[in-house]
Design a protein around this ligand. Structure first.
Ligand code: ADP
Ligand code: ADP
Length: 229
């Protein structure tokens, strides 16, 4: 489950400026589709529309065939896990940050999620902001470590749909590769929508959609798009 479908989606924040002019694509259950395109093309807008932060003006967005306008905000948020570009952490332990939203989560499951995301070493520590108050328990997390906290959160949540919105673009090349392999593990077998600004970061996607001027300029596998130039 977790099939996502955008069907002839039209959207404008402001009636004078259309951002999406009839965009259609499908992410089959368990597959990965990447949306690429220049800055301002409307990539993050697609992510916001899937969470229904805004309503579209025409068309439909469906999850497993159901229009998201007929799904409660709670089940929509429960169905989608999100790894954003910059993960903002609460001033509480890393374990709390992993468990966030799932107060009843089992301690053992939190530990396992941390282990898979390779942050077991510091789950009882606090992110940087609290350092002044708590002394040596404070911990300055790198960008990559913060993304690992978001990954652990997603492993624990185990949502049918995963949204990766520029999840590695704020990282240096070495860290980007490490986080990319962690994300590959999480997205395996899960319906995944990846938003990226570079084609080179989405080589393994089942389909890549190039967004430009409010529509789909090109689509295909990485090899197809390279062949088309
Ligand atoms: P991308 O993720 O491809 O860089 P976005 O989806 O963030 O693009 O933005 C697409 C366009 O919509 C941009 O021109 C942006 O300025 C505009 N935009 C984004 N958010 C809003 C908003 N809340 N109100 C008005 N315009 C917006
Ligand atoms: P929760 O733990 O609340 O069930 P997640 O861990 O999946 O949900 O995190 C999703 C969070 O990211 C939500 O709180 C949502 O408001 C936020 N979010 C989702 N999409 C975007 C977006 N495009 N831009 C900014 N924030 C977003």
């Amino acid at each position: 489950t977790g099939r996502v479908e955008f069907r002839d989606v039209h959207f404008a924040y402001d009636p004078n400026r259309q951002i999406l002019k009839g965009v259609s694509f499908e992410v089959p259950a368990g597959k990965t589709v990447a949306i690429v395109g220049p800055s301002g093309a409307g990539k993050s807008t697609i992510s916001r529309l899937l969470f229904r932060f805004y309503d579209i003006q025409q068309g439909a967005i469906l999850i497993d065939g159901q229009d998201i306008r007929d799904v409660s905000q709670q089940s929509l948020r429960g169905a989608i896990g999100m790894v954003p570009q910059d993960t903002v952490l609460f001033n509480d332990t890393i374990a709390y940050n992993i468990r966030y939203g799932r107060v009843n989560a089992d301690e053992e499951d939190v530990r396992k999620a941390a282990e898979l995301a390779q942050i077991s070493g510091f789950i009882q520590r606090l992110p940087d902001g609290y350092k002044a108050m708590v002394g040596e328990r404070g911990l300055k997390l790198s960008g990559g470590e913060k993304q690992r906290v978001a990954i652990a959160r997603t492993i624990l949540k185990a949502p049918p749909i995963l949204m990766l919105d520029e999840a590695t673009s704020a990282l240096d090349t070495q860290t980007e590769q490490e986080i990319q392999s962690a994300l590959d593990l999480v997205s395996k077998g899960r319906t995944t929508l990846v938003i990226a600004h570079r084609l080179s970061t989405v080589i393994s996607a089942d389909e890549i959609i190039v967004l430009a001027d409010g529509g789909i300029a090109e689509r295909g596998t990485h090899a197809d798009l390279l062949a088309q130039g």
